[in-house]
Ligand binder design. Structure first.
Ligand code: 5GP
Ligand code: ZN
Length: 137
């Protein structure tokens, strides 16, 4: 637990939140500035800055929790779709430096646009990039 981290305090119940799910490793809360109705954040109780330092146990349980909550949202909020978003470092839009996964229910005509502009690629370039990444795995 990092005493200077607001999400540590929320995840561990020191600051109240609208909690939709809690277990020994995670708390899922509603976002204070929701993109859509039901926008939630999955917070590990342990402090990790982002994907670059999250541990294997937390990473492996994360989508079990996220999919559980996603199904509950679909059933109760009747959303038409869902975006799962996870920002890492400032350049990627991270503003709170405690790992969190956004679960954003989508509704027809909700006016949101969670997207990117597609680029272009050459097959040999993709092969080279794949080999580069693979070399560190
Ligand atoms: P990021 O931009 O880091 O991916 O997302 C941070 C998210 O946390 C934002 O969507 C923001 O609205 C939300 N947020 C920031 N502070 C609080 C807070 O104190 N409580 C809750 N519930 N959400 C917060
Ligand atoms: Zn933290």
């Amino acid at each position: 637990m990092d005493n200077n981290c607001i999400f540590c305090k929320i995840a561990n119940g020191e600051i109240p939140s609208s909690t939709v799910y809690e277990d020994e490793m995670f708390r899922v809360i509603l976002d204070l500035s929701p993109a859509t109705k039901g926008h939630a954040l999955v917070l590990p109780k342990q402090h990790f800055r982002n994907i670059f330092d999250i541990d294997e146990k937390t990473a492996s349980k994360l989508f079990v929790v996220a999919s559980k909550v996603a199904r509950a949202m679909k059933e109760t909020l009747k959303c038409d779709g869902m975006n799962i978003v996870q920002n890492n470092e400032e350049i990627a839009g991270q503003t709170v430096f405690h790992f969190h996964l956004h679960i954003i229910p989508r509704y027809t005509d909700d006016g949101q646009n969670i997207n990117w502009t597609p680029g272009s690629s050459k097959p040999e370039e993709l092969q080279q990039i794949a080999a580069q990444i693979k070399s560190a795995l």
